[in-house]
Design a protein around this ligand. Structure first.
Ligand SMILES: NC(=O)c1ccc[n+]([C@@H]2O[C@H](COP(=O)([O-])OP(=O)(O)OC[C@H]3O[C@@H](n4cnc5c(N)ncnc54)[C@H](O)[C@@H]3O)[C@@H](O)[C@H]2O)c1
Length: 249
């Protein structure tokens, strides 16, 4: 499939895991991809892989929570390719932590990256996307629709992304712009290294978020993101699609 031929796509968190798989998927389907990430070498590696496969991509480095980053990324995309068609907000952080051990700095950082960063990128992308019948896909989490223990900040941020998505979809519903989010369950990526359990956790509470069969793959989430960005999803707007093998069912 070449559903994104000549379409311009910004992917945040493109250096690893779901973001990397998403950038590669858009690139493989003809998209021109801006690979944005906090980690320069990883962003470069994703862009290089897209180009090596015959696609078009370049890397940009920065922090989604930096208020200036989103404007720079949109400006660079439009300067290079003269349009913007898709924004995939994938960058995110998280960890298991007892609420009694959450610091204000830690709480603020999770909210800043996962929720505020997503908002800032949406805000800067929307004027461009309105010109192209564009689409935004935000990556929330099953933790945004079903409570997870030891995850107060992460759940709050991802629940925020789900409702942010819906609020924007309704606000722009009569315009040519669709805004949806995906809520992955357990996906095998490097982020899981940060989700180490505190000692003496309540195993019964954890059972509620254990996968039924296997972990998902980044490519399985990327495929859903690409579908939501494509014309195949032309009547899907304001949805949160779980990609979780029935975890939240
Ligand atoms: N892996 C899972 O089980 C899972 C489940 C549900 C939701 N998610 C969400 O999926 C998204 C991608 O996670 P992943 O599993 O691929 O993790 P990952 O750690 O492999 O990738 C996250 C990427 O985001 C980048 N990033 C982090 N903070 C950033 C910042 N401030 N600015 C720019 N880039 C930043 C990282 O450098 C990394 O490349 C996250 O939003 C995460 O919350 C993951």
């Amino acid at each position: 499939m070449r559903r994104f031929e000549n379409r311009v796509v910004v992917v945040t968190g493109a250096g690893s895991g779901i973001g990397r798989a998403t950038a590669l998927r858009f690139g493989a389907e003809g998209g021109r991809v801006v690979c944005f990430d906090l980690h320069e070498a990883n962003a470069e590696s994703s862009a290089t892989e897209i180009r090596a496969a015959g696609g078009e991509a370049f890397a940009m480095v920065g922090d989604v929570a930096d208020p200036g980053a989103s404007a720079s990324v949109m400006a660079a995309a439009v300067a290079r390719w003269d349009r913007l068609d898709v924004l995939a907000n994938v960058a995110g952080i998280g960890r298991f932590e007892r609420t009694s051990e959450v610091t204000l700095d830690g709480w603020n950082r999770v909210l800043a990256v996962n929720l505020t960063g997503t908002f800032l990128f949406c805000q800067q992308a929307i004027p461009h996307l309105l010109k192209t019948n564009g689409a935004i896909i935000n990556v929330a989490s099953v933790a945004g629709v079903k409570s997870h223990p030891y995850s107060a900040a992460y759940c709050a941020s991802k629940g925020g992304v789900v409702l942010l998505t819906k609020a924007l979809a309704v606000e722009y519903a009569r315009k040519s712009l669709r805004i949806n989010c995906v809520c992955p369950g357990g996906i095998q990526t490097p982020i899981l290294e940060n989700f180490r359990l505190p000692e003496g956790v309540n195993q019964a509470a954890l059972q509620r978020i254990a996968p039924y069969s296997r972990m998902g793959t980044p490519a399985e989430v990327a495929g859903t993101i690409a579908f939501l960005a494509s014309d195949d999803a032309g009547y899907i707007n304001g949805a949160s699609i779980v990609v979780d093998d029935a975890l939240s069912a």
